[in-house]
Design a protein around this ligand. Structure first.
Ligand SMILES: C[S@@+](CC[C@H](N)C(=O)[O-])C[C@H]1O[C@@H](n2cnc3c(N)ncnc32)[C@H](O)[C@@H]1O
Length: 285
């Protein structure tokens, strides 16, 4: 696949030959063009195509995860959303699409070079500056001064460092959504949210998207897939002064690292008689 921006009078060169941009400009989407002996389909890129081919500073949020963030964090038209970091701007584009021109996306990125790449990517995709978007080049926890924010989305190494700032910004009932790459980050994020005391019990998950090969009788999962991208975690801001309800299901023994004790060895050296396994009973909430 090639992604090109059409410009009057310009040419696109491949090892197969040359394509004049003018033969596509003004024409419909979904036509074929022949370069040398190869026929190509010409289509405007969808947002997922664009994100996977645009210049990158930092690693992007993959389209399957952006879709999940927009859906599960309930990003709605007109919402005021805070996002950090911006990286290459991939997630920013999905968030801007979801809030629309009547919403607000306030993005924070601590690196100027990444903010510049993101701005160029976003402006190229939307054909100019998006009216709902601002970028602040700073660390979110130092710069965030907004209040009554509907949603906060964090894609960064250490989202737990931002929880104080985020809980001042989010309105009661607002959603915080964190996207992290490793299990250790996920664990630290969830435990920090619980310990903070201003959020509901966090929910964590990952999304695996497996393509299918569908042809005649050969209908089966594709052999290859993107095995891991990241984990998502959401929690909602409680109203001020409200204590999070006590969790009904207590963590099982050893969950928080208490020493696990083994049964004392039999002094006579005889093996302890095997206890029958208790019947399986599902844990009901
Ligand atoms: C993985 S990238 C974000 C990718 C982006 N969501 C995308 O889809 O293109 C993580 C970014 O967070 C920025 N960052 C890390 N901690 C930050 C903080 N506390 N405040 C603002 N930006 C931060 C980093 O500089 C980096 O650009």
């Amino acid at each position: 696949m090639h992604t090109i921006t059409l410009e009057v009078g310009k040419q696109f060169h491949t090892h197969k030959g040359i394509l004049d941009h003018d033969c596509l400009i003004g024409g419909p989407d979904g036509v074929t063009v022949t370069i040398g002996t190869t026929t190509y389909l010409a289509l405007r890129p969808l947002l997922p195509d664009y994100v996977l081919s645009m210049p990158r500073g930092a690693q992007v949020v993959y389209p399957k995860d952006s879709a999940n963030i927009v859906g599960m964090a309930d990003i709605f038209p007109g919402a005021h959303v805070v996002e950090a970091g911006v990286g290459s701007g991939a997630l920013s584009m999905s968030l801007l699409r979801a809030v629309g021109e009547g919403g607000r996306l306030s993005s924070y990125e601590r690196r100027q070079d990444f903010a510049d790449i993101a701005r160029a990517n976003v402006e190229r995709f939307f054909g100019g500056p998006h009216p709902a978007w601002t970028i602040t080049v700073d660390s979110l926890q130092d710069a965030l001064a907004e209040t009554d924010v509907d949603r906060v989305v964090l894609d960064m190494l250490a989202p737990w460092e931002c929880l104080d700032a985020v809980s001042k910004a989010l309105r009661p009932g607002g959603v915080l959504c964190c996207y992290v790459a490793t299990t250790t980050q996920l664990s630290t994020t969830v435990e920090a949210l619980r310990a903070h005391g201003t959020y509901t019990e966090p929910e964590a998950w990952e999304t695996l998207a497996r393509g299918w090969h569908v042809e005649g009788l050969a209908v089966r999962p594709q052999h290859r897939m993107v095995g891991h991208t990241g984990f998502l975690c959401t929690a909602r801001r409680l109203a001020d002064g409200v204590e999070p309800p006590v969790r009904r299901r207590r963590p099982s023994k050893g969950t928080y690292g208490e020493p696990l004790t083994e049964a004392a060895p039999d002094p006579a050296g005889a093996a302890a008689p095997k206890q029958p396994k208790p019947p399986f009973r599902p844990q009901l909430p």
